[in-house]
Design a protein around this ligand. Structure first.
Ligand SMILES: Cc1cc2nc3c(=O)[nH]c(=O)nc-3n(C[C@H](O)[C@H](O)[C@H](O)COP(=O)(O)OP(=O)(O)OC[C@H]3O[C@@H](n4cnc5c(N)ncnc54)[C@H](O)[C@@H]3O)c2cc1C
Length: 395
């Protein structure tokens, strides 16, 4: 793979930059720059921005043209990711375009594809992921949300936890237990659920910073028709693993990591910490690691373009990205010093931070705290090490 930027790609980069300059609403950009959220802007901003992208045919960059993708090659996709991140555009919703989308394309019936894919591309439907349960996270196959087939409906009882954006989602894709008789991986079925279904309750679980991104979801005789099942009864584990490759490898973090590093650098120059050689050495170390993430992502993109699956590379990228995000927010915290606590110290009121906004010192501590979650969400670091050992190193 040759990942050097060919000159003609500069034209594409300029096209993207011009589009972002003209079409990214400033209020959305400003809110995203200042949010301490780990993953997403609020739903209104995300949807508004996705619809602007959709008008341009750019809302689902990794999808095939048949389903609304732009038909970009690997480098175009990559340039797009970097440029949107550097322009502080909010990231796309994960659960729809990057998780259930590829699954529907691979395992969905024609009717399911026709119903859901266009509405994911246009951001008319918002999705959430129902995998984890109070008793099953890393050991996902131990899940116990019971789904009992009654006529042409499944009836669900139990709970899901850490469900990101369940409070804003229209639909959930969920792993359910339909059979307990064999190996735990065997009796799992992949179901789609309308979040407005009677018997479904969403309760918030605020982060340490107070930000509300995830929830616990309770199911009390919640019904979903058999037509909302993906694949066959009991095929859920195979589908779940397929989806996880896209969840862990489909995020293309390096643009956002680069934006985070730029923020730390601006803050360090503003506070004077930049004059410290040890700080600059650690910053340079992170820059080198950011390059490693970038190259690994290009490798995954290249493989995906040739019709391959992300494979265990996705665990590698997830691991590198998680550590990078944690280290970059730590460095930013150090750079802004006590100004990092301003959002809290001011009681969340809209008072100037006492430093240039360009340095974004506001919420540095909330960002720092929230980004500790990077090495847990989407599968912990230990689990990624395990996947890499087994599938890449074949230990
Ligand atoms: C911000 C955030 C958002 C999330 N969003 C979602 C979501 O939208 N949908 C969803 O379904 N889930 C979501 N999750 C849940 C996430 O997938 C789980 O937290 C994760 O898989 C870990 O599971 P657990 O919390 O049960 O920890 P456990 O599995 O109990 O792990 C506890 C500790 O034990 C270690 N450990 C466990 N098993 C092993 C092993 N075999 N070898 C070595 N070490 C091991 C882990 O690495 C960890 O350090 C989210 C989590 C976070 C933090």
């Amino acid at each position: 793979m040759d990942a050097r930027l060919p000159p003609e790609l500069e034209d594409f980069r300029n096209e993207v930059r011009t589009f972002l300059n003209q079409r990214l609403p400033h209020d959305i950009r400003d809110r995203w720059q200042e949010t301490p959220n780990v993953l997403f802007a609020n739903r209104d901003d995300t949807v508004r921005w996705q619809k602007i992208l959709h008008e341009r045919g750019w809302s689902v960059p990794t999808w095939p043209v048949e389903w609304g993708g732009p038909g970009w090659d690997v480098m175009q996709r990559y340039v797009f990711e970097i440029e949107t991140a550097l322009a502080s555009a909010p990231p796309p919703p994960n659960a729809g375009p990057r998780m259930i989308g590829p699954v529907l394309m691979q395992y969905g019936t024609p009717a399911q594809k026709a119903r859901f894919l266009p509405r994911i591309a246009s951001a008319d439907d918002y999705w959430c992921q129902g995998y984890s349960e109070p008793g099953s996270g890393s050991d996902l196959a131990a899940l116990s949300l019971k789904a009992e087939l009654q006529g042409d409906e499944y009836v669900l009882n139990g709970s899901k936890i850490w469900t990101t954006l369940a409070h804003e989602a229209d639909f959930m894709f969920a792993l359910t237990r339909t059979d307990n008789s064999g190996r735990k991986q065997e009796g799992i079925t992949f179901l789609l659920l309308d979040m407005k279904s009677p018997g479904l309750t969403v309760r918030p679980l605020p982060y340490i910073s107070g930000v509300h991104e995830f929830n616990q979801v309770f199911f009390d005789d919640v019904r979903t028709p058999v037509s909302m099942r993906i694949g066959k009864d009991g095929q859920g584990w195979e589908i779940a693993k397929y989806l996880l490759e896209f969840e862990r490898g489909g995020n293309f973090l390096s643009g956002r990591i680069r934006a985070g590093l730029d923020r730390a650098k601006r803050a360090a120059k503003w506070s004077g910490v930049w004059d410290d050689a040890d700080f600059r050495r650690r910053y340079a170390d992170l820059e080198v690691r950011a390059e490693t993430v970038a190259w690994t992502e290009m490798k995954i993109l290249d493989r995906a373009t040739k019709g391959g699956r992300p494979g265990a590379n996705s665990s590698y990228i997830k691991l590198l990205g998680a550590e990078m995000n944690k280290d970059a927010t730590e460095l930013a915290m150090e750079a802004v010093g006590y100004f990092g606590h301003w959002g809290r110290a001011s009681g969340g009121e809209n008072i100037g931070p006492g430093g240039p906004m360009d340095a974004s010192p506001m919420n540095a501590s909330d960002r720092y705290f929230n980004h500790r979650a990077n090495s847990i969400m989407g599968g912990t670091n230990e689990i990624q090490h395990d996947v890499i050992a087994k599938q890449m190193l074949r230990l």
